[in-house]
Design a protein around this ligand. Structure first.
Ligand SMILES: Cc1ncc(COP(=O)(O)O)c(C=O)c1O
Length: 375
């Protein structure tokens, strides 16, 4: 197979709007201030004096019995503007998390060749929406597995692109279907200005919304090879990653990304809180930097209070949530013995608390027993 070889040309993927974005001077000052000692008083930005804010301290009671206390100093920081990539300690923690979960080949690349970069977003939806605006022009052909998440369509459709549905089944996108669609073009078209060869492929690899389908490792590898052949970027929208029932967890596109062509969106909405609105974008630095320029010009940054809260609480909560989902994975394996569909089990886990899930699950199993016994 002819593969795309050599350094990625990221500029060929950018929309005119994204390419025109310039760093906001005031945001650069905030990034500098974030790295300075607290004694520095900057008169350059419009940062209010946090001593004038009415909130003094906060306590969050964690379900495991621990309490997270924000003292006055932490509160002053949590109530202040912060940098657009995210607060440094949360970004560092997330980078470590991505390294340990996915071991991305790009982690040690040079910045211009697609080094892994990350930024915090206000839920993964913000990241997705900004990624689409960075990459999709009116009239562009965009590939995605159908049916897909309505929030994706809400962000994509107004951009005036032409959505090409790639066939999928219970194991997600079908590589042969993708190959058939792409065979309308020659891989060398990717280098021709004005070519209508798709440049972007979007997929939800785990617990697809609304299908519940999860892609196998083999399919991911085949799709990644096709992306290399036709020089596509893959948007890996994976908010259900932490809800996987089977172990070991399937390798991600990010873990296979030798070229720097994966933009991954993660979310804490499904395991920590959806209302606190924390997601993160991981991808090649030249592209994540563009997303951050958009953040600089729009929300400026995800709520500092929310980020500080996540940073202070994620360890106990993440472990609590993961153990919760370990319990649910047990439920799923039990569900197989009673031939309940994975989608039903997944929706149970997503929408209900553990105790309610167990209650309903038991009712469903009992019902199945009764029905089966009667049949
Ligand atoms: C596939 C998919 N992507 C993204 C999102 C957005 O999640 P978040 O709350 O992180 O913005 C959702 C939410 O349900 C989703 O199902």
């Amino acid at each position: 197979m002819l593969l795309f070889l050599g350094t990625m040309n990221y500029s060929r993927f950018l929309t005119a709007v994204s390419a025109a974005r310039k760093p906001s001077p005031i945001r650069i000052l905030t990034e500098l201030q974030q790295r300075s000692p607290p004694s520095l008083i900057s008169l350059a930005g419009g940062a209010p004096n946090p001593n004038t804010f009415p909130f003094q301290s906060a306590t969050i009671q964690v379900k495991n019995g621990e309490a997270v206390v924000f003292d006055e100093t932490t509160m002053k920081r949590a109530l202040q503007y912060s940098g657009s990539y995210g607060i440094p300690e949360l970004v560092s923690w997330m980078k470590e998390l991505q390294r340990s979960l996915h071991n991305p080949p790009t982690a040690n690349y040079s910045p211009e060749t697609g080094q892994m970069e990350m930024c915090v977003t206000t839920g993964s939806q913000e990241g997705l929406c900004k990624v689409f605006e960075m990459l999709v022009n009116p009239g562009d052909n965009v590939l995605l597995d159908a049916p897909t998440y309505s929030g994706t369509l809400a962000a994509l459709q107004p951009l005036g692109c032409n959505i090409i549905n790639v066939p999928s089944d219970q194991y997600g996108m079908i590589p042969e279907g993708l190959r058939d669609i792409l065979s309308r073009w020659d891989p060398s078209d990717a280098r021709k200005p004005g070519s209508n060869l798709p440049r972007v492929l979007y997929t939800i690899p785990n617990g697809g919304n609304p299908t519940g389908a999860s892609m196998t490792t083999e399919r991911k590898q085949q799709v990644y090879e096709l992306a290399r052949k036709y020089d596509l970027l893959i948007i890996e929208d994976d908010p259900y990653y932490f809800l996987q029932f089977q172990k070991p967890w399937a390798p991600t596109f990010l873990s296979m990304d030798v070229d720097g062509r994966i933009i991954r969106t993660d979310s804490f909405s499904k395991i920590l809180s959806s209302g606190l609105r924390i997601g993160f974008v991981t991808g090649p630095k030249p592209l994540v930097d563009r997303v951050v320029l958009h953040i600089q010009a729009s929300t400026m940054h995800t709520s500092t209070f929310t980020q500080v809260t996540h940073h202070a609480t994620y360890t106990p909560l993440l472990f609590h949530s993961l153990s919760l989902f370990h319990s649910l994975s047990l439920l799923l394996s039990l569900s197989r013995s009673f031939s309940l569909s994975p989608t039903l089990s997944l929706s149970l886990s997503l929408s209900l608390s553990l105790s309610v899930s167990i209650h309903i699950y038991v009712c469903v199993c009992v019902h199945k027993f009764v029905v089966n016994d009667e049949a």
